[in-house]
Design a protein around this ligand. Structure first.
Ligand SMILES: Cc1cc2nc3c(=O)[nH]c(=O)nc-3n(C[C@H](O)[C@H](O)[C@H](O)COP(=O)(O)OP(=O)(O)OC[C@H]3O[C@@H](n4cnc5c(N)ncnc54)[C@H](O)[C@@H]3O)c2cc1C
Length: 397
């Protein structure tokens, strides 16, 4: 039986996060310590100190490493509340890519690696980044095109290659680098993940990229790995398991993006709904027009549908089920629905919707790239379609 009941402890935590976001995070949304590449480290540090003071920092990390140890359903509830502000996830230290990286570290890193990288991350002292994507003709939608290589060199390896669209390398302490470790021309491409300190010789952040969104610290960048030396203690988990670990990271990471963006979409809807209740045109409040009411109704129905899908997928993960396909479906449905909700909210707000007088335009811009990162919608549909085709069997009538 699917259990969607929320424990008293979780309800209490949800209410505390909601109050924290309302009282301490939203008032800082216009803080000048932010630019096109995201909030500054100083602003994030201030937000995280406030979250720590309320016992809300790093709810995703296991208690033995300093977090609150929430399961996936707990995360669904808390991350949606955090996502209600573009700064909320950073305040709680549950923003991408750190939150997904923490999950990966917790599941596959050695004890020594967890002590070195996970514990300080949970304390808000260290940021991480994850480098898989490359410029054409390298890895993108198709990760097997990986061109960054790690070749044996003395008692370790030497990493060479270029990565693009990497979130947050500026100011990060460590980068999880995905590199090809199968020999040139091998029949099957094999990859390995390495933990590389960002001050290692040979790592270059070549360019900070200008993108639509501005919610991640350090923005997005192109990086070059130029003969970066790594030893055996820097292999994350087991050698040659890079593609499998990418799935270990991505299945829950896609879902936590859904949780956070759901909070952002809810905020857009709340602001738009408040506006159309007050604003009058042609003799009555806008909300009384059918064309407006239908948009409000669509927003609420989609918010509810997304929440159910997220909770159901979180429940599957909590049962230890193989939830790759479910999280892929949830990612497509939610990324497209939250985009529609944000878009309708912009429309309902008229000129205000495209201005910076509300946070809606900012959330609208932050939500759009979600249909691309962690796998574009088309790739998820294509891969799902292939799996359905392979299943075969008679057509049910
Ligand atoms: C804001 C942002 C942050 C990111 N952060 C990171 C990060 O931290 N680390 C990291 O490694 N990567 C990151 N990425 C990269 C992201 O994962 C890739 O952009 C994504 O996998 C798509 O790869 P690509 O950009 O090379 O697009 P391409 O592979 O060139 O694909 C372009 C488009 O082609 C279409 N397409 C591709 N394959 C198919 C198919 N089989 N069927 C139909 N249509 C198809 C899709 O519409 C797709 O959007 C980030 C991207 C963005 C936008």
């Amino acid at each position: 039986m699917i259990d969607f009941s929320l424990s008293d402890d979780l309800l209490e935590l949800r209410d505390r996060v909601r109050a924290f976001v309302r009282d301490e995070v939203i008032p800082l949304e216009r803080d000048p310590r932010q630019d096109a590449h995201g909030p500054s480290p100083e602003l994030v540090s201030e937000l995280q100190s406030r979250a720590a003071a309320r016992g809300l920092l790093s709810p995703h990390v296991a208690p033995e490493y300093g977090g609150l140890g929430l399961d996936h359903r707990g995360r669904a509830v808390v991350f949606e509340e955090a996502g209600y502000s573009p700064l909320g996830s950073l305040a709680l230290n549950v923003s991408a890519p750190d939150e997904g990286n923490a999950h990966l570290l917790e599941h596959v890193a050695t004890e020594a690696q967890k002590e070195r990288w996970l514990r300080p991350h949970a304390a808000g002292e260290l940021r991480t980044c994850f480098a898989m994507t490359e410029p054409p003709p390298g890895a993108g939608s198709d990760p097997t095109l990986l061109r960054t290589t790690a070749v044996p060199d003395g008692d370790g390896w030497r990493i060479d290659g270029v990565k693009k669209w990497i979130t947050g390398p500026v100011g990060a302490g460590v980068c999880i680098v995905m590199a090809r470790t199968s020999p040139e021309g091998a029949e099957r491409v094999e990859a390995t993940m390495f933990l590389v300190p960002m001050d290692a010789p040979g790592i270059h952040v070549e360019e900070q990229l200008s993108t639509l969104d501005s919610q991640f610290v350090g923005g997005h960048a192109r990086m070059r790995f130029d003969g970066v030396r790594v030893g055996a203690d820097q292999v994350l988990g087991a050698f040659g398991e890079g593609f499998r670990y990418a799935q270990v990271r991505l299945a829950p990471a896609r879902l936590t993006h859904c949780m956070r963006h759901l909070g952002g979409a809810r905020r857009c809807h709340d602001i738009a709904a408040a506006y159309v209740r007050e604003r009058t045109a042609f003799g009555r409040p806008l909300a009384k027009y059918e064309g407006v009411g239908f948009q409000l109704a669509d927003n609420e129905m989609e918010l509810r549908t997304c929440r159910l899908l997220v909770w159901h997928t979180a429940w599957l993960l909590d049962q230890g089920a193989e939830a790759g396909e479910a999280s892929s479906q949830a990612k497509v449905v939610v990324s497209e629905a939250v985009w529609r909700i944000a878009d309708r909210s912009v429309q309902l707000l008229g000129g205000l919707g495209v201005s910076d007088e509300t946070v809606v335009a900012r959330i609208f811009k932050d939500i759009r790239p979600f249909r691309i990162y962690d796998g574009p919608s088309e790739v998820h549909r294509w891969s799902l379609g292939r799996r359905i085709a392979r299943r075969g069997g008679p057509v049910e009538t």
